[in-house]
Each structure stands twice: as C-alpha cells, then as structure tokens.
Ligand binder design. Structure first.
Ligand SMILES: *Cc1c(COP(=O)(O)O)cnc(C)c1O
Length: 401
C-alpha cells in the first residue's frame, strides 16, 4: 500500500472512461433472467439484450434438471477433471454434445473463454499458421496470443481476403494452417460463410475451427449450429461453444472435434488442467437441455418466428437494421450520443437493451442491439415495437407520419 501513484493513476483512467462515455455500469436485476426482468428499483422491463435465445436461463424445467443433478452429484468437486473431478454426468454431457454437433469427442471447460484460450497452444507451434477473422471474439484473440503459431488476419467475412491470407501462409511454408471464425458474429448477427470457408480450406489444405457461442442450439434446421445452417456438418475440424447462452445460460464451455484433438487437449490444455471442473448441476441441466431441443424444434421455431416478426416490423416502423436472419438484430442509429440517448429512453419506457458505439463497433456505426428469445410473447414484442416507435419519433430518428 506504499505506491499511491498506482491507485491515483487507475482513478484517472476510470475518470477518463466516464468522461468519454465508455464506462460500463453493471445493470442489477432483482429477478431471474427472462423475457421480463425486474430492475433493482422494482420496475418490470422487457429484456431485449440477453443471449437467452431459447429462453432457458430462467426456465423452470432447466432449473429442475439442475436441482436433480445437484441432489444426485452434490454441489461441486473441489478438483480439476483428471484428479477426481470427473463424474458420470460430465462424461454423459461430453458424449451428448459430440452426438449433437456431429463430432467424435468433446471436452468441457468452465467457460467458452477457457475453451478458446486453451485450444491453440497445445495443437499448434511456430511452424503453423492461424488465419483468423478480424471480428473474432476476444477469447479467440487471447487464445491465439498464447500460441507461437504465425498469425494471419482477414477482413470480416471477406472470402477474397481469406484466400489471400491462405496463399501468404502457404508461401511462408507453414506446416499446418487453420482458419478460425465465429460461426455468428455477435455485433452484426452476420453468419460466417462456412460453405465457402470449407471449400477454401479444402483447396489450400487448411483446417477449420468455428466458435458457435451465438449459434449452438438454434442455428440450422435442428439447432446444431452454423455448420448445419451452412450444410457442412462433419466438415469442420474444431468446434468451440458455450453452455452460457442458448444452451441453458449458466456457464460452461466446450471444444469438440476429432478424438486425437480432444485427447491432446485433455493432456495439454491449461484451462482444463489447472482449473476446477464444471459444476455437476450445470452438466446435468445442459444434458436435459440437449435432450429437450433434440426431441422438438419448438423453442427454435418460436425463436425464429419472433426474429422474423421483429425484423419485419421494426423496418416497417422506419428503422434501419442490418439485414439478416439471426436473432441478433442491430438497429442502426449511426450516431453514438443518439444511441446512448435512445437506449436510456427505451429504459424509461420499460425496455432493456444495449447501445454500442465506437470502439466496440466502427465509427459512425452506433446502434442498439436487440436480441430475440423464444421466451418473448407477441404481446411483449408489440410493446417493445411501440416503445421503439415512440422513442424514435421523440429523437427524430423516424419521421413523424
Ligand atoms: C460469449 C462468447 C464467448 C464466451 O463464452 P463464455 O462461456 O461466457 O466464456 C466466446 N466466444 C463467443 C463468440 C462468445 O460470443
């Protein structure tokens, strides 16, 4: 406690974040997660900013499955997996995930952040090349940093640039090349062009990896993910994803792929070797979720109906959105102060959503991001659309017709 300049320096940086409008306050909920949430002040809000795509976070069936696993397996293991932290429920979940994703084997992590953080370093070294989309998630960027492989970056979703980087890595004589992309990019709702990526990978002898955090459980006809959506099941080498979004919403992550890959990760992946096992109640609940969405596409169908309805209506009212089909709907406001004012006004009107502006999105691309859920009712969406219309008129974003 003898270096006061350390603390005053931090305070200065925090003050700058505040004055630049970049400070991120925590929103405190007094209720469970869901289509409706209760704020700390007791107000009920319609929630349009959770990754709760299938509505399972606050869902009673999910909760009961967790409770059953809690009852049977206890609260936790106080151990990493390989010492005494593996229970039958963890093996069952790994096998169910492999089945669901169409892969050979799966390894669980405490978070997708850990899955991405621990996937590159055990598999690649300085003889190899990682070719990564410029908009990939922070955890992929960190994972790549922890690995000695050469880094190549291609412009977001730009297949011509990807090919350029593949050529560059080939000419540099790299032994293994791996193309890495988010299956879905969470700021734009853009879906990676996996059919083209797989074709390029075949042409240049490269491996492929996708992060399915915004896709597992609801993309593709049976919800298996972006690889199903793009018709390339069985053609992706490595799939990472989270249990903390659509697939239940508590926490947990996974890496899935060929046996040799997963076995190597079990031996060498540091977040797996040196961090506690996933809580058994989460493993049990995730198993129940996989079973539920494998039996019926009802939740997925409702999510996509809600998405199609909201996308059509918000454009009809006069807002500009990024076109697409994903439940992430960026409503473009372009100007950062307007996006902030808009999100604040929507909060007053009873709608919880997030504004994003530079540097999270490019300059001049400020927006509020809406995320649909299977849990939203038509009435709730109509309420939200009305609030959009009112706030849009007040702030002169849409014309007063
Ligand atoms: C949310 C997210 C993660 C992190 O998931 P956690 O399980 O919460 O650590 C990783 N990758 C992508 C693309 C994400 O959207």
């Amino acid at each position: 406690m003898s270096d006061q300049t350390f603390y005053s320096g931090l305070q200065q940086k925090l003050d700058t974040l505040r004055s630049d409008g970049l400070f991120k306050p925590e929103r405190v909920l007094a209720s469970r997660q869901g289509a409706e949430v209760v704020a700390q002040d007791g107000r009920t809000l319609i929630n349009m900013c959770a990754n709760n795509y299938l509505g399972l976070s606050g869902d009673v069936e999910t909760q009961q499955a967790a409770a059953a696993a809690l009852e049977k397996y206890g609260y936790g293991l106080s151990s990493v997996r390989f010492i005494c932290g593996t229970q039958t429920v963890h093996k069952e979940l790994e096998s169910a995930l492999s089945n669901f994703l169409g892969t050979e084997d799966t390894i669980l992590y405490a978070a997708a952040f850990d899955a991405n953080g621990g996937v590159f370093e055990p598999l690649f070294d300085d003889n190899d090349a990682i070719i990564s989309d410029a908009l990939n998630h922070a955890s992929i960027i960190d994972g790549v940093r922890l690995c000695k492989a050469a880094r190549y970056r291609y412009a977001n979703n730009d297949m011509a640039d990807l090919e350029k980087q593949l050529i560059a890595a080939t000419e540099a004589g790299k032994r293994h090349k791996i193309i890495v992309t988010d299956g879905v990019f969470s700021m734009d709702g853009t879906i990676a062009q996996l059919d083209k990526i797989v074709a390029l990978a075949e042409q240049y002898g490269a491996l492929t990896m996708i992060d399915e955090s915004h896709a597992s459980g609801f993309m593709g006809a049976t919800g298996r993910g972006t690889h199903e959506h793009c018709g390339v099941i069985g053609k992706i080498d490595i799939i990472t994803g989270t249990l903390g979004k659509a697939l239940g919403g508590a926490m947990g992550g996974f890496t899935s792929g060929k046996k040799e890959v997963i076995e190597t990760l079990r031996q060498k992946s540091r977040p797996y070797l040196f961090s506690n096992t996933l809580a058994p109640m989460i493993a049990g609940a995730s198993l129940a979720v996989l079973e539920r969405i494998s039996k019926s596409t009802e939740l997925r169908d409702r999510l996509h109906e809600n998405t199609a309805y909201f996308r059509a209506e918000i454009e009809r009212i006069g807002f500009t959105i990024k076109p697409g089909t994903h439940p992430v709907v960026p409503v473009m406001l372009f100007d950062a102060p307007i996006a902030q004012k808009f999100a604040a006004r929507m909060f007053e009107l009873g709608v919880l959503l997030s504004g994003f502006f530079y540097p999270v999105v490019p300059m001049g691309q400020a927006r509020v991001r809406v995320q649909l859920s299977a849990a939203h009712t038509r009435e709730q969406l109509d309420f939200v659309l009305k609030a959009f219309e009112q706030a849009g008129r007040e702030l002169d974003i849409i014309k007063n017709t």
